[in-house]
Design a protein around this ligand. Structure first.
Ligand SMILES: [Zn+2]
Length: 350
């Protein structure tokens, strides 16, 4: 099969198109023909080997947000139908620790991710345990599922399981034009929250306003946290959702109401930030880490998408596998908006 293989860390040039043996569905496994794989920031961090939490096992086929069609199942797999449209969940957890036993696989100490420690979806085919195979609900396309999967799962866990969002609360979403940001905005609005979003460029702010977000601010402008407080009559927001890190963390913290919760799932602008400890205890704010989501949360997210309670993210581009480097570069361009997918069924020249 055609695949993109990463044998060393580095720039986009380490994403090499290669012929690989077709994977085979062993006992307990399912073979999926990939119809869409989303390109994510994490793919770039893994390629560049930044972020110690994501040490790759090289060589590896990148890509963890995969949807497609089941083409073969292992002999002992009874409940997955050949021909069904599925999302391939990316987590590999131990299944036996207290976190796994509680259905909270993302907290497992032996957690591994497809496309990082196991071969992923920048390929024509991918093999995964049957427990990772989720049938797509009626009406949800493979492209929408790949575009929505990880970003909606991440945002869902952040808002509900981690930050405990309640109806009528006010939510700040920094970098609202990103995949996770857009999902957080949609879920918070669905839950009846008031949303204030930020974006770093005028074009992205325009896209957010066009999408119905009334209060959109520029988090690169000095004093933007005061502007957020101004939007809430000086009180501050109940929940702030951030994955930008160093550039927005101090502002997001300052924008919290007393007793507010700042939930973080990334640090794309830098992993080290200043923190005033007195501010944390005097105002009784909480700083909460969140990462990925559980299988149960994935089922809940797909149900919301299938019911039309939230929309799949906009898709900015669909490219063939061989243009993986270009696809990753798109993510980092300043005015980028929407999800970028690879479709391995496209010929290399498309
Ligand atoms: Zn475990």
């Amino acid at each position: 099969m055609r695949a993109i293989v990463m044998s060393r860390h580095g720039g986009p040039e380490v994403l090499e198109a290669a012929e690989r043996p077709d994977p085979v569905a062993g006992p307990g496994q399912v073979l999926v023909r990939v119809a869409a794989v989303a390109v994510n920031r994490l793919d770039i961090w893994v390629r560049e080997d930044v972020g110690h939490a994501y040490a790759a096992r090289l060589p590896v086929v990148p890509g963890y947000d995969v949807a497609g069609e089941v083409v073969a199942v292992g002999a002992d797999v009874a409940d997955v139908a050949i021909g069904s449209q599925v999302y391939v969940h990316y987590d590999y957890a131990c299944g036996r620790c207290v976190h796994c036993l509680e259905g909270d696989e993302a907290a497992c100490a032996r957690y591994e991710v497809m496309g990082v420690q196991r071969d992923g979806g920048y390929a024509e085919r991918v093999v995964a345990p049957a427990a990772n195979i989720f049938a797509l609900p009626e009406g949800l396309s493979a492209a929408s599922a790949a575009a929505a999967g990880s970003v909606y799962l991440t945002a869902y866990r952040m808002l509900f399981a981690r930050a405990g969002l309640r109806p009528g609360e006010t939510v700040l979403v920094t970098a609202g034009g990103s995949g996770v940001g857009g999902a957080a905005i949609a879920l918070a609005r669905m839950a009846g929250a008031e949303v204030i979003a930020t974006a770093s460029t005028a074009a992205k702010r325009g896209r957010l306003r066009a999408g119905g977000v009334e209060r959109v601010l520029d988090h690169t402008a000095p004093g933007w946290a005061d502007e957020v407080r101004g939007c809430t009559s000086g009180r501050g927001v109940d929940v702030a959702v951030d994955h930008v890190g160093r550039a927005t963390f101090p502002g997001a913290l300052a924008a919290l109401a007393n007793g507010g919760r700042l939930v973080i799932c990334g640090a794309s602008s830098g992993a080290h930030a200043e923190l005033d400890l007195v501010d944390v205890f005097a105002r009784q704010v909480a700083i909460i880490g969140s990462s990925d989501g559980s299988r149960r949360e994935l089922v809940e997210v797909f149900r919301l998408l299938a019911e039309g309670r939230v929309d799949p993210p906009p898709i900015a581009a669909v490219l063939p596998l061989e243009r993986a480097a270009e696809a990753q570069a798109l993510l980092t361009s300043p005015d980028h908006f929407g999800r970028v997918l690879l479709d391995p069924r496209l010929s290399p020249s498309q």
